[in-house]
Ligand binder design. Sequence first.
Ligand code: 3PG
Ligand code: MG
Length: 420
Amino acid sequence: MGRDLGPRSRTVSGMGFHTLDDFDVRGRRVVLRIDINSPVDEKTLRLQDGSKIKSSVPTIRELVDRGAKVAIIAHQGRPGDYDYIPLNEHAAYLSQYLGRRVRFIDDLMGKHATNAIVALGEGEAILLRNVRDFPGEQAKKTPEEHAESALVKTLGPQFDLFVNDAFGSSHRSHASLVGFTPILPSAAGRLMEREVKTLTQVFQNPNRPSTFIFGGTKFADALPVIARLSERESVDNIIVAGLAGYAFLYTLGNRIGSKTEALVKRDLTDEVVAGAKTLLETKGRKLHLPEDAAIDVDGQRVEYALGELPEDAAIKDIGSSTIEKFNRIVMGSKTVFLSGPPGVFEKDEFSKGTAMLFSAIVDSEAFSVIGGGHSSAAANKFGFIDKISYVSTGGGALERLMLGKHMPVVEALKASAKKF
Ligand code: 3PG
Ligand code: MG
């Protein structure tokens, strides 16, 4: 059935993959993978920010306007984490931004989902259950291997076209992201298309001095990116802030407080620790790490120099002298890239580092690029989002793309375009 759909022409995009321009979708069943993984409030378990959801709407709008029957699949969080929540609220956001109902179907591969897919009318869209409920979703496999998964075997035959607009996940080789491409004609959505096009251009030639800021919590994810970037002539400064920065300091033998250590430890394999040490020895000149910290003492912000932290400290933000040091670097830059906030900006007591860093970024003359759900949520919260030169929905994906590395989702779309 898929083949009948046939692309109108070969990869109009010039990027090696199909886009929505290449297919006539009216009356066709389209399985659309999007990335609406959003920051979640730890207490209320409600979404904190809808900006990633909003970015996914143009593709949905175009598909329904052109008469497609659209079943959307997406993930939120990772099983076991507090932000692993169902997608009901996401569906409400989607409906609100789209101005049309996107019905949430609390099923992924069962009868209920199948019935809803069969019942789709032209111009209708539904959102299926969190795709990470499927146990094989996150396995790192090739598209061909994932094509054999129960997810793809069950859902695939019910559709005519696969559209992938999940740029924020394009660095993952998961079942729903790459598994449909060997069996269905596949296209990049509008967001995917724009991100890949714009960012590839932006990162060819940064204006210098260039500064790359990594925050957030995922040090193990960021380390290889930092290492690669540090080797580039065109990269002048690398700032590591947030929990990632303190995790870095911890791998180098600094104590960061037992509560902070408990959080960062689980990702720190021997390989990560060794990599961090080597990086500091070889490229220390470009690296900038926190020198003080703001910790949580009964909900209050209290600052300490790094060597003077209390034994049980829980670090929540960078401290004032770190803020000053980082801001000086930012103010002297012509390109600033930021992925991940430097502190727990959601709480007023710990938002100072994030607010002040953003303020320096927009006050500087730099071309600014930010990525990641938490970064855009932060920029939004402090009113800076419109002053940032380019806001990407990608966090990890953006980092990988800017290094010119293999992007599993992009490669899978390209391979599919050769086949269909
Ligand atoms: C993200 O928000 O980083 C993407 O949605 C990917 O999620 P993941 O890091 O849990 O794979
Ligand atoms: Mg991620």
